[in-house]
Design a protein around this ligand. Sequence first.
Ligand code: XLS
Ligand code: CA
Ligand code: CA
Length: 442
Amino acid sequence: MPTSAPSIFSSFDVVHYEGPDTQNSLAYRWYDADRIVLGKPLQEHLRPAIAYWHSLALTGADPFGSATIDRPWMREQDAMTGARMKADAAFDLFRVLGVPFFTFHDRDITPEGADLNSGLKNLHEMADYLEEKMQGASVGVLWGTANTFAHPRFMAGAATNPDPEVFAFSATTVKHCMDVTKQLNGQNYVLWGGREGYDTLLNTSLRRELDQLGRFLNLVVEHKHKIGFRGAILMEPKPKEPTKHQYDFDVATVYAFLQHYGLEHEVKLNIEANHATLAGHSFEHEISMAATFGLLGSLDINRGDLLLGWDTDQFPNNLLDTTLAMYEVIRGGGLGTGGLNFDAKIRRQSIESEDLIHAHIGGIDLCARAFLNAAKLVEGKQLPEVVEQRYANWNEEYAQSMLRGNLSLEAIAADAEKKNLNPKPRSGRQEWIENLVTRSLF
Ligand code: XLS
Ligand code: CA
Ligand code: CA
């Protein structure tokens, strides 16, 4: 039964595109969902999604203080009634912002049960409730996932736990979350490593833990095929936090892991901006690495604070960084079944419901504007041509035979000595190129 009271978002008008000159702060300036860019509507390139955990479950508590964000469903005595109130508010928020997707963990949509089976019962009950609500709404699931990191039982990992019962508990949880994601027609299923890592090697068997994680991922892939889930399975790299060292450190580490366990053709990646910078990379580097190996799945959009060394998950506001990221998305062939999930949270002092709406408007508008910039750079052809010309000599026959492996080191040396090669350095033209990008921002 839907709860009858209006939600904290129900009184807001639907946010529309009004163009860059509007004075209305509750309007989109750049996110013109139907505008055709590079052959298809902007919305189909971006596929924005609202993250249930940050938007509906956030309390603002931090290690120094208690909750600041007070939502009516958090005060509800009956946990399942609270979960339904939260879902009602969520669907109001989706409608107001006009986003096509949302993402969730099992623990965001349902309370923890007294034991495994009662928790699973709650999950299926809420999945049915969400399915019903989705029938009257124009929002879908970008991805679902399992929270196998918050409860103390997972403190030493889920799949990588030294206790096989935790492995089995986690496998059961993920199985049901995958089933529910399929039921809700989810476009992807995500696995972020949570506590899959270690705090000290002194109590850890790396070999065992990696083998456990490899087996776990293989089980997930087998189940995907068994139930006929057509979406992608996505791993989400993160270098540290909560553990000192996470096994899914960055794109390159996960690619090595997938190859080692025979999964590189089955699993793609969900790449988060803040995780990229925590790993010492730029977001665009991680996107480009993933695209290079055919692993580009979906993006978690947010930003960190370069003066802080942790995952602040702020809403993004840097147009240059986001333009560079969108440029690599386009170069990488787009996001396919993926999208832009706003894995971002309002600050602890942003306690009004309106703050959450401004946050998403800003983030979605930023990505739209960045995508338009990037599309302009692609269409302008100057940037792609620079790269083309820079490597043009590799298209020649001799260069190609070096690449194909037709020539040994000895043969290459003999030819080079015969020609007495004297290659001339050429400008990389970085400043000219960077000016092209900077000009696209204004
Ligand atoms: C945490 C992660 C997490 C995943 C989903 O840092 O970003 O929220 O995206 O479990
Ligand atoms: Ca994330
Ligand atoms: Ca994060």
